[in-house]
Design a protein around this ligand. Structure first.
Ligand code: ANZ
Ligand code: ZN
Length: 802
């Protein structure tokens, strides 16, 4: 008997795989396909446990579908532009490009050491020039279609990094990378018109129901934030109008026009244009001016923490009662939503209520206890919905307002004032204005002789780079130095993988290959990308569809989001010093044990709390599985089994139960990829097998177990299967139903009488064990529920009343 040595076995198989090209997708489009994609990493130089988990899930799926005879695309690449490369340049004086490509080499070695079955041929980095070339081409086409525009905007600005931050990059009012308090700054930015696709992006979510986690769909829906209401303008009282422009009005957006008689104030965003006029004309008291400037310099996020506001020397007239309504500047009003102003109804809106209480503004209720309108003149007694209709009709008929649909979703600001990114391919000409580069000049690449010192954008300080010829009039012109948000690159990388490498220099995509491979059959990644990345990718796909590149609406057919990897209940982080490094685990235990552990302790969607003890358990199993394999007789095919005794039948039933479970899990008959239950079933099968000594039975069991565990622990399974069965390729295995019938039965699990799941159990399992297993299988439906009654119908079903 040989001892298990993970390192020799794993090195051998990794070599064989690297030489053989078995993980490359085939160009035979007549075969059924599976496109299995894990989100690509940023090349930081070392992968972390979150990556290992993400890729272990994807790899299991890819390997399973190869067994099943599918043509599998399972690519990996690098999301290679972004800040950390520049920070490294600032800190260590190493060029971002060198740093990035060196890190990728290190990470490639780690991928190999983990046995991931990525396609090598399709790998690319988003900073590769061929990728930039295509992407800049897309940008120009979008610009020509009117999908890109420039606009002055209030932006989150990190004074330290000298960069614009997205709202999500502002954490508690501070820069997510360097913790510097964020200020607001106005500057011209390039925007993509994602709002033009808002309705379609919302509608599309319906087609994803049941295939994407419900929580992710809800987050996307809220992010798009559709609401229907009325836009109308308040006229200013005459002396107020005189302060501004004589025809000035305050436009507002409301979803509750039924509460119009409850308006007791109007609130403007700190960046509202009328506020700007008052400041410009110096019409405000110093203390008020000071307070407004402070609000303007606070990010929207930070502003939402505590309500603040000041009264302006302005009054508007109520459109129905003609009462004078005071106008405030309020920090909770967003510049970028609606018209940047709202009608305040403190009696019926909690934010308004808080604000009114703070500033002693009257509160006027216009909806009675019974839920009908009151103090609303002609509208008294109506339901709010009726009043909304009637009032909207009235405003529209008077020409004073109109019904509109608003989306919380805003256009996507893609300008970054950073060096290490894809350049925006635009040119400023004194004569022609802003013009896109010519296609034949692409890619516009970054100059490499730059001085990156952390102060602003090095491209701006590079006259040789900036000087160019105008693509329209050939006069001297200036190159744009903004680079693109890195989300731009990650919005289409999954489309690029489908195209064979040899076409990359010439074309964006091979249309036939795109049609064949897309959508992605399973996309796996962290839930932190639930909103932005996925929304941008869904948008980008539609834009490319409308530009004629792809014939696809939704890029990701199914989505799996994996839970975080924790240590003792806390997020792993360098500052807490609780990081478990993949390198350490690899050198101590090897890849298979690490992979088994990851799949064994928690199903993908759950958090995974790292625990070395449980790792040892997995290590013992693999060791035993390997070492016992030397008791198995080598053979070409699993032998026929006859005249088994009761114990042998029991063991065989367990093996086939595990096999059945394997198919059920991968084919999603049991949702959420609960590989932990597959591993448990395999362990049980091995235990039962060890109580028997029938060589034929052992052969069959090992044949099946190496197959079903190969997606999870590929090295040791390949080693055993190759030695015992000369198995070159893993092939689909068929469940022998008669083996199951011997000892196992299928039991339905119902909840309040509705079938929710089923389980295969030993025939003689007693009531308590049956209930315990049913609770595990149905935990999804039982979580946080009180079980009122448990009913067991022997050999048929278990019902829970909740
Ligand atoms: C009066 C009112 C009364 C409102 C009431 C709500 C409840 P959703 O539904 O999310 O679209 N609003 C309008 N513009 C705003 C801005 N720029 N910043 C912050 N809030 C703004 O929100 C629409 C509601 O948000 C609008 O309806 C408005 O308050 C407020 F009982 O008008 B409502
Ligand atoms: Zn010109």
């Amino acid at each position: 008997m040989k001892h298990y040595n993970a390192h020799t076995i794993e090195a051998r198989w990794q070599n064989i795989w690297a030489q053989s090209g078995v993980f490359e997708p085939l160009k035979d489009f007549s075969k059924p396909k599976k496109y299995i994609l894990s989100m690509f990493p940023y090349p930081s130089g070392a992968i972390h446990m979150g990556h290992v988990r993400n890729y272990a899930i994807g790899d299991a799926l890819a390997r399973y579908y190869r067994q099943m005879g599918y043509n599998v695309l399972h690519p990996m690449g690098f999301d290679a532009f972004g800040m950390p490369a520049e920070n490294a340049a600032i800190q260590y004086g190493i060029h971002p490009k060198q740093w990035t490509y060196e890190n990728m080499s290190k990470m490639r070695i780690e991928f190999q050491a983990l046995g991931f079955s990525f396609s090598k041929e399709r790998e690319f980095a988003t900073c590769d020039p061929h990728y930039t070339k295509i992407e800049q081409g897309f940008f120009i086409e979008m610009y020509k279609q009117g999908l890109v525009y420039q606009k002055e905007a209030w932006l989150n600005w990190c004074p330290k990094d000298k960069t614009v931050l997205a709202n999500e990059q502002v954490v508690d009012g501070k820069c997510w990378r360097c913790d510097t308090p964020v200020v607001q700054k106005q500057m011209p930015q390039y925007y993509l018109k994602i709002t033009q696709y808002a309705e379609e992006l919302l509608e599309g979510l319906k087609t994803l129901e049941g295939h994407w986690p419900a929580q992710v769909l809800r987050m996307q829906e809220n992010w798009i934030g559709k609401s229907q209401g009325l836009a109308f303008a308040f006229t200013l009282a005459p002396e107020s109008a005189a302060l501004l422009d004589s025809h000035a009005q305050i436009e507002v957006f409301t979803t509750r026009i039924d509460t119009i008689y409850g308006v007791t104030f109007i609130a403007l965003a700190p960046g509202h244009p009328s506020v700007g006029v008052l400041l410009e004309r110096d019409l405000l008291e110093p203390s008020i001016k000071q307070a407004i400037i402070e609000m303007q310099n606070t990010s929207a996020r930070a502003r939402s923490m505590e309500k603040k506001g000041v009264l302006l020397p302005l009054y508007a007239l109520h459109p129905l009662s003609c009462e004078r309504i005071p106008i405030y500047v309020a920090n909770f009003v967003l510049e970028s939503y609606g018209s940047g102003a709202l009608m305040g109804v403190p009696a019926h809106d909690t934010r308004d209520h808080e604000f009114a209480t703070l500033l002693n503004i009257p509160i006027k209720s216009v909806i009675s206890q019974e839920g009908l309108l009151e103090h609303s003149h002609d509208y008294d007694g109506l339901t709010p919905a009726q009043a909304r209709e009637k009032l909207s009709d009235w405003f529209e008929a008077q020409g004073l307002g109109q019904r509109i649909t608003h989306y919380r979703l805003q256009d996507w600001g893609i300008s970054r004032q950073r060096y290490w990114g894809a350049l925006i391919p635009m040119v400023r000409c004194d004569h022609c204005g802003l013009v896109p580069e010519k296609h034949e000049n692409l890619p516009i690449l970054l100059p490499e002789d730059v001085n990156i010192d952390g102060e602003g954008n090095p491209l701006e300080k590079h006259p040789k780079f900036r000087a160019c010829t105008c693509p329209t009039c050939n006069r001297p012109a200036l190159r744009e130095c903004d680079t693109m948000d890195t989300f731009f690159q990650s919005s289409w990388y999954f489309l690029r993988y489908a195209t064979p490498k040899e076409l990359w220099e010439k074309e964006a995509f091979d249309p036939q290959a795109l049609d064949y491979w897309l959508g992605v059959d399973e996309y796996i990644g962290g839930v932190e990308h639930a909103i932005l990345h996925l929304l941008y990718a869904r948008f980008f796909t539609r834009v490319l569809r409308d530009l004629g590149y792809v014939r696809l609406d939704e890029p990701f057919t199914c989505l799996t989001t994996q839970g975080m990897v924790l240590k003792e209940g806390a997020k792993m982080s360098k500052s807490k010093g609780n990081v478990v490094s993949p390198q350490e685990i690899l050198s101590k235990y090897g890849a298979d044990i690490a992979r088994l552990y990851i799949h064994f302790v928690a199903p993908p969607s759950k958090e995974l709390d790292w625990n070395d003890k449980a790792l040892e358990g997995g290590a013992r199993f693999i060791k035993r599985f390997y070492e016992k394999s030397f008791l198995v007789l080598p053979c070409d095919h699993p032998p026929k089994l006859e005249n088994l005794n009761a114990q042998e039948k029991q063991a065989r039933a367990k093996v086939h139960t595990a096999l059945q479970k394997c198919h059920a899990i991968f084919e999603k008959k049991q949702p959420g990829y609960p590989f932990n239950t597959l591993i448990a079933a395999s362990m049980e099968a091995l235990n039962a097998l060890e109580k028997t000594s029938n060589p034929a039975l052992w052969s069959e069991a090992y044949y099946i177990l190496t197959h079903i565990l190969e997606p999870i622990i590929p090295h040791v399974c390949s080693e055993i299967a190759n030695r015992l069965f000369k198995c070159q390729n893993f092939k689909p295995q068929e469940v022998d139903k008669t083996a199951l019938e011997q000892e196992s039965i299928e039991i339905a699990i119902t909840i309040n009488g509705k079938k929710r799941a089923s389980m295969v159990v030993a025939k003689d399992l007693d009531r308590d064990a049956l209930l315990a297993q049913a609770k595990v299988e149905a935990h999804k439906w039982l979580e946080n529920q009180e079980i009122r009654k448990e009913v067991v119908v022997p050999a048929k079903l278990v019902n829970f009343v909740i």
